[in-house]
Ligand binder design. Structure first.
Ligand code: SF4
Length: 441
């Protein structure tokens, strides 16, 4: 789905047209909070001219903090450049983050409250890491799954001062007024490991929590950047291009039907895998550490939408198959249940792997013949030997020469082989083409 919100629309942000459903899909309401929700979300002033700053509120639910670590390692662009506002034309991002912020306690929570109460002097976005648990389940025993701050900030005598506020509740408070709601990591985008079969937390994704009708203040559904952990660059790059859109410097980038940045997730990991050539030639690893394609020891790359092999894990380095690991589908909504048991050959390989093996058994020997020929200078062919002191280079066999006689014919059909005299008919044809070109001019 290409989002078609125009820049003009971006420049007239108003309260959300479609506020949160009171009963988001599949959600048992989060723990009760001590303060009534504001009657109206913040009425954002229309954006006048370029923004100088944007607030970002990070919320962590059922998370391992791996997404935070991944984003801290991003390099293209680096998160520091977003925070310092040094990317040309982009506003400074003022981040409130439960792990990275230096403030603590009420000082830290104040900005969240200001956003909720509509008192910020610039637009804000929310970023949710980790899945959202059903807080009512924990509340049955007087506990909670994930919470941040209490409602005590209301001041002395607040009857709810001891009430912890779940991060789910914070998402519900802040999402409608946010310019964008971004889910980072597979837990927040699809549910991930906390939502796997047998989980006791009732965990779900931000998208499922907010419901189908959710739209941000700019009219955007939840933006999803999956991965366990995600590629940090995927997050910072998406934030940067969304900010460019907010600045009127570019169109809103294309997101797919699940809210993934399409330019980052519309290819399978297999298509850009460093081992894809082995797959194509039908040679497969039998053990970890082998250099060939890993599909027969459990790689799901051919069906998984991810850019880890081309983008790398950090600073364009690392990444699952680049470093010998199989793809277990961690960016996909079906992860982990639909990709288990890990390390078992995916059933689809019976067909595709067998086809590659059959085709590869013809292709590989033919390629080896061409490869041997292309490894030789023409002068060496003429001399009939290779002047290498490193080892003996075998001369082409009769079979090789035979194959290459026809190969060359095909290669230079309609063209001119370097060093060959042009045939009169070719010369004539070229002259005719040149004349007709000149006449047209
Ligand atoms: Fe495809 Fe996985 Fe093999 Fe890479 S290792 S070529 S992603 S099947």
């Amino acid at each position: 789905m290409a989002m078609e919100t125009s820049t003009q629309e971006a420049n007239s942000i108003t309260a959300p047209a479609a506020p949160l459903s009171s009963e988001p899909s599949g959600l048992t309401p989060a723990i009760e909070v001590g303060r009534p929700a504001p009657q109206e979300q913040q009425q954002l002033e229309p954006l006048k001219g370029p923004l100088t700053k944007v607030y970002a509120f990070w919320l962590a639910g059922m998370s391992c903090d791996g997404c935070t670590v991944a984003v801290a390692g991003a390099t293209s662009p680096p998160v520091e450049a977003l925070l310092a506002g040094t990317l040309p034309g982009l506003p400074q991002v003022i981040l409130s983050h439960p792990v990275l912020s230096v403030e603590a306690g009420e000082d830290f929570m104040r900005a969240y409250h200001m956003a909720w109460e509509g008192k910020l002097d610039a637009p804000y976005v929310i970023i949710y890491e980790g899945s959202i648990a059903d807080e009512s389940l924990a509340a049955e025993t007087g506990g909670y799954w994930s919470a941040m701050g209490s409602s005590a900030i209301g001041g002395e005598g607040d009857p709810f001062e001891d009430k912890l506020v779940s991060t789910a509740e914070w998402a519900k408070r802040l999402a409608p007024g946010a310019a964008a709601a971004i889910a980072i990591g597979t837990c927040a985008t699809w549910g991930g490991i906390p939502a796997a079969y047998g989980n006791v937390t009732g965990s779900m994704s931000l998208m499922d929590f907010l419901g189908r009708d959710y739209r941000s203040a700019l009219g955007l559904p939840v933006i999803n950047i999956p991965g366990c952990s995600p590629v940090g660059d995927n997050f910072t790059e998406t934030v940067a291009v969304v900010l460019m859109f907010l600045q009127g410097l570019g169109p809103l980038p294309e997101f797919d039907e699940l809210g993934r940045p399409a330019w980052l997730f519309n290819e399978t990991v297999h298509r850009r895998c460093v081992r894809a050539g082995y797959y194509e030639e039908g040679t497969f690893a039998k053990h970890y550490g082998d250099k060939e394609c890993l599909v027969e020891i459990g790689c799901w790359g051919p069906v998984v939408q991810c850019n880890i092999t081309s983008r790398g894990a950090i600073n364009h380095m690392g990444g699952c198959m680049n470093t010998g690991g199989i793809c277990i589908g961690c960016t996909m909504p079906g992860f982990p249940d639909k990709f288990s048991p890990f390390y078992k050959t995916p059933p689809g390989t019976i067909i595709s792997g067998t086809a590659s093996r059959i085709v590869g058994s013809f292709i590989r020997p033919l390629r080896r013949i061409s490869q041997r020929d292309r490894n030789r200078e023409r002068q060496w062919d003429k001399a009939g030997s290779v002047a290498s002191g490193w080892g003996h280079v075998a001369e082409p066999s009769v079979g090789d020469r035979f194959v290459h006689f026809f190969y060359d014919k095909l290669q230079f059909l309609g063209g001119t082989k370097p060093g060959a005299r042009r045939r009169p008919e070719d010369r004539e044809r070229e002259e005719r083409a040149e004349r007709s070109k000149q006449m047209k001019q």
